[in-house]
Design a protein around this ligand. Structure first.
Ligand code: N1C
Length: 219
């Protein structure tokens, strides 16, 4: 039986995206071959997006099959927390002194997350959710990867609804009426139902410390 995912092929596809290129000249499309080299099985109704809640979401999704975040997929898992770049006409990969996220737009790491996020959103189906940070004055940002890439790439023929889970601490003032969510609803395709719900941080914390608690009791 042919192997589903071949590491040698995946690695070569990864390297061709940025090796030998100026580290500010690697567009998201450079990762097309990498994305296409991986077969990922998707389960509808499990996809969760996030913005400014990375540590909470990662701890929460760990050991919970009912939830899949990009970091729980092969590519997201492998490249999470990594930095990489090359140089014009170089054959090397460097892991230090690479451009930061906002130093230039087309840097190898940012373009990777943009491209992987397009794919993650475009393959989502059913009822999906997004965990946003209720401690912020504006939990939704149209310049974040979630706001600028993922919301726009949800396929209205496959996705029924998007539920914002606003993780809120007791002293937080932000609610689902926050004006930033108007911007989100404006970008979201009208065929996709929009919902928003507050989720107490204490509840999420409890579920992080006990992975046996079923998802339905956490969110
Ligand atoms: O810009 P963001 O969040 O809105 O991006 C988060 C959004 C998620 O839904 C993910 O699917 O985009 C995807 N994503 C990652 O999975 C990811 N892992 C690690 C985007 N960025 C990711 N990173 C790193 O987090 C990335 O290097 C960048 O610096 C941050 C973006 O986090 P954010 O602003 O909280």
């Amino acid at each position: 039986m042919a192997r589903e995912n071949d590491c040698e092929i995946i690695w070569k596809a990864f390297e061709q995206a940025y090796v030998g290129r100026d580290p500010c000249d690697v567009p998201p499309q450079a990762y097309d071959p990498l994305i296409n080299s991986v077969k990922q099985h998707v389960v509808c109704n499990t996809m969760m997006f996030w913005s400014k809640t990375k540590d909470t979401v990662k701890a929460f999704a760990d050991n919970r099959e009912c939830l899949v975040i990009l970091e729980g997929t092969l590519l997201g898992f492998v490249f999470d927390e990594l930095t990489w770049c090359s140089k014009n006409e170089s054959k090397e990969t460097f892991t230090t002194d690479c451009p930061s996220w906002s130093h230039c737009e087309n840097n190898p790491v940012r373009s990777f997350w943009n491209r992987a996020s397009v794919n993650f959103a475009a393959t989502s189906c059913g009822n999906v959710s997004a965990m946003l940070n209720g401690s912020l004055e504006a939990p939704f940002s149209s310049t974040s990867v979630f706001g600028s890439v993922e919301v726009k790439n949800l396929d209205p023929s496959k996705v029924n609804s998007l539920t914002v889970l606003l993780v809120t601490k007791e002293t937080d003032l932000t609610t689902c009426d926050n004006p930033s969510f108007h911007a989100l609803q404006n970008i979201l395709d009208t065929k996709i139902a929009y919902k928003c719900r507050k989720v107490p941080y204490s509840k999420v914390e409890g579920c992080i410390s006990d992975p046996e608690i079923p998802c339905s009791d956490c969110l």
